[in-house]
Design a protein around this ligand. Structure first.
Ligand code: TYM
Length: 345
């Protein structure tokens, strides 16, 4: 019986490799959950998955070492509390895999200053922190490409804000292949099950939910029930539509994305009908959304809190994850060294 089950699960397992990461720069929020983690959960049973905490990427803003460490354990705990199973996937810290910076160095030789300077996220950072425009910030997309290509990742579940970085990863992969050997790296593609959640806006309608910005209009997986209720009740709405079947403003459609994600189908449909019939009461809709959100977030928050009390166990998970990741990474780096001509023994 066990053998049959095992054979069946092997048959349904795809050989395609999935890679994705989350920076350890603060508390995870609904954007991270619906833009990334939800896809991880759906993929963990059917793909060969590598998910990691991007602690090297967090260094671009020079975080306090104690805080960075705490954030790594929290991101890890919040991923597991959301349902990620370290038995099914490789779950590790980026800095535990030294093959990643080695590949990053190799890929840096194929990445050009001009193209890196044009990346919108780099330009944003230059505007936000003109006093700290470091080389790590400029080569951020190269490190991301190394994260993915080190496992020959083909599918990358990420939100909309990472699409440009993925395009660069494809370019670096293609450049490496052209120079050193056809088809060594796949060209990784963005992957998601639903288009809806690729960008969760902040509740005040200004920008996206974020770990470090729009904090009062972002729902964090660590928010208390009361904080969740308060934030939702303050979400931006308006007087409602005056014409039947009007187009939704983006801050309203964002509330519907959240309602769709966490309320019963009939509930979200009835509010959608009310919107289309111009008799929607946003106060009622927000109360409903707040309660459904509390029911959704609170078990994750509590589980994550519990997990964070046991650093020994989290460390064991990180160690086992790093072992799985390094087994795959060392194979890739050996192949890359050979192709480049830096294998001497
Ligand atoms: P990070 O840490 O900013 O975000 C982690 C994941 O959450 C998604 N996301 C969102 N999705 C929808 N709505 C939002 N408001 C929202 N905010 C964040 C992000 O798109 C991402 O999928 N550079 C990456 C981390 C990284 C990585 C990689 C990802 C490093 N190496 C290799 C994939 C592959 C980042 O800063 O994500």
């Amino acid at each position: 019986m066990t053998i049959t089950t095992k054979r069946l699960s092997l048959q349904t397992m795809s050989t395609e490799i999935v890679v994705s990461g989350i920076r350890s720069t603060g508390h995870l929020h609904l954007g991270n959950y619906f833009g990334a983690i939800q896809n991880y959960l759906k993929m963990q049973d059917t793909y060969n998955c590598y998910f990691f905490v991007a602690d090297y990427h967090a260094l671009t803003t020079h975080p306090d070492p104690k805080l960075l460490r705490e954030n790594v354990f929290r991101v890890l705990a919040e991923n597991i509390a959301s349902g990620l199973d370290p038995e099914k996937v490789a779950l590790y810290a980026q800095s535990d895999v030294p093959e990643i910076p080695e590949l990053y160095l190799m890929l840096n030789m194929l990445a050009y200053k001009g193209e890196l300077e044009k990346v919108p996220t780099f330009k944003d950072k230059v505007r936000q922190q003109p006093e700290n425009v470091n080389a790590g910030l400029l080569t951020y997309p190269v490190l991301m490409a190394a994260d993915i290509l080190i496992h020959k990742g083909a599918k990358v579940p990420v939100g909309k804000d990472q699409e440009q970085h993925l395009e660069m990863a494809r370019n670096f992969a293609a450049r490496f292949n052209k120079r050193y050997g056809e088809d060594f790296f796949p060209e990784p593609q963005v992957f998601r099950f639903s288009q809806d959640a690729m960008k969760i806006m902040s509740l005040d309608g200004n920008g996206k939910m974020s770990k470090s910005e729009n904090v009062n209009a972002t729902i964090y997986l660590s928010d208390s029930d009361d904080v969740i209720r308060k934030k939702i009740m303050k979400a931006k709405t308006d007087g409602g539509p005056t014409e039947p079947n009007s187009e939704m403003p983006d801050y309203i459609s964002n509330l519907f994305v959240l309602l769709n994600a966490m309320s019963a189908t009939e509930t979200s449909q009835s509010y959608r009908d009310a919107f289309n019939n111009c008799n929607i009461r946003y106060g009622d809709m927000k109360k409903q959304l707040a309660e459904d959100m509390v029911a959704f977030v609170s078990p994750i928050r509590e589980k994550a809190f519990e997990l964070q009390q046991d650093h020994d166990m989290l460390r064991k998970i990180l160690k086992a994850g790093a072992e799985k990741a390094r087994a795959s990474a060392s194979e890739t780096i050996e192949g890359a060294r050979k192709l480049i001509g830096i294998n001497y023994y």
